[in-house]
Design a protein around this ligand. Structure first.
Ligand SMILES: [Zn+2]
Length: 363
């Protein structure tokens, strides 16, 4: 089969490699569509982010190696001995990790914290290849009615489903979302399913607001023209919202807000409210603990997710409650076009892309 392999960060080549085998407990699938995650887009260039040490180790020990690519839609071709939950023809995606099923966290049902988990595209081969082999425990079967483009978004959607669990949203709570990239737009839709009384969104990119409007935002704040903190205060009678989802922070080199939207979030939230840190911040953050304590603000981080939130997201997409398809603006056909897919995903602002660019292998 053909597979993209990394020889070094920034050096990816399309090689001919042996087809993977369906070992006991494993499943071999044909990749139909795949997209680099935002994290993958940075990792490919060797930019330090989540799991980058592990990735560097793989490269040093095993290069050339089939890295990255965990947001996919694939069709099961062959199952290994002992696999009962999947059969040829099933459409699957992955939860990005494969839990060990034995450690203290797995036994408690918190597979995101598994001490021994394997990562798809890091210490397991990723999906930038014609075929992918994976332990069955990392796969989720999805309804056949879903299109491949949507299925390739289910893993990142599952992160948005998971943060809603972690923030423990209650019906009637008011919500603000900083950032209307893919994650911000997923959270907007899910907050409404969960019964938010109002959802206010902010961004500096006007082109994403058509989707914010389509998905029912109660107020859309263009942070280039209005001061988001003042506007949210005004909308809530001076009180602030119950929950802020911070979805815009991160490296300014990649068009993200640095720590600025976090500081906005801490001022948009009401006394005793929650700020859920969805965006991956880097570097040390300056926080005033006296302010945090006096205002009783809880700044919380996602716990992570597993197959349960992937499956719930799949149901919401299949029933039409959540729309992931409308976010996809760019796709390239043919495995040889992966470099272009990375180029677009790494420079989403330049290409006016909301979702990562997708690579179509079949269909
Ligand atoms: Zn475990």
């Amino acid at each position: 089969m053909k597979a993209w392999r990394f020889y070094e960060f920034g050096d990816m080549r399309l090689d001919e490699v042996p087809d993977p085998e369906a070992r006991p407990g494993w499943v071999v699938s044909r990749v139909r569509r795949v997209q680099p995650s935002i994290t993958d887009a940075q990792r490919a260039l060797g930019i330090g982010t989540i799991n980058s040490t592990l990735l560097r180790e793989q490269l040093e020990k095993h290069a050339p190696v089939q890295l990255l690519g965990h947001e996919m839609s694939a069709e099961v071709l062959e199952v290994g001995e002992g696999v009962e939950d999947f059969q040829p023809g099933d459409i699957v995606c992955t939860s990005a990790h494969v839990p060990c099923g034995r450690c203290i966290w797995c036994r408690e049902g918190r597979e995101a914290w598994c001490e021994d988990k394997l990562h798809v595209g890091i210490n397991l081969p990723g999906a930038f290849a014609e075929l992918i082999a994976m332990p069955a425990a990392g796969l989720v079967k999805v309804p056949k009615s879903l299109d491949d483009a949507s299925v390739a978004c289910l893993q990142p959607l599952s992160s948005a489903v998971a943060v809603m669990h972690d923030v423990d949203i209650r019906p009637g709570e008011s919500v603000a979302i900083t950032g209307q990239g893919a994650m911000g737009l997923y959270i907007l839709q899910i907050a409404r399913i969960c019964g938010a009384s109002a959802v206010y969104v902010s961004d500096v990119k006007e082109e994403c607001f058509a989707l914010s409007r389509k998905f029912g935002a109660d107020a859309i704040i263009n942070a280039r023209e209005e001061e988001p903190v003042e506007r949210v205060r005004e909308l809530t009678g001076g009180k602030g919202v119950d929950i802020v989802f911070e979805c815009a922070g991160g490296t300014p080199d990649h068009g993200l807000s640095g720590h600025e939207t976090l500081h906005q979030a801490l001022k948009m939230v009401r006394l005793g409210g929650r700020v859920m840190q969805v965006a991956g911040l880097v570097g040390e953050v300056k926080i005033d603990p006296v302010f945090m304590r006096m205002a009783g603000i809880r700044w919380i981080f996602p716990e992570g997710h597993g197959r349960d939130t992937v499956a719930l997201g799949a149901k919401w997409v299949a029933s039409g409650r959540v729309d992931v398809r409308s976010l996809i603006t760019h796709e390239k056909r043919g495995i040889e076009n992966l470099p272009e897919v990375f180029e677009i995903t790494q420079n989403k602002n330049k290409y006016k892309a909301t979702n990562p660019c997708q690579l179509v292998l079949v269909g």
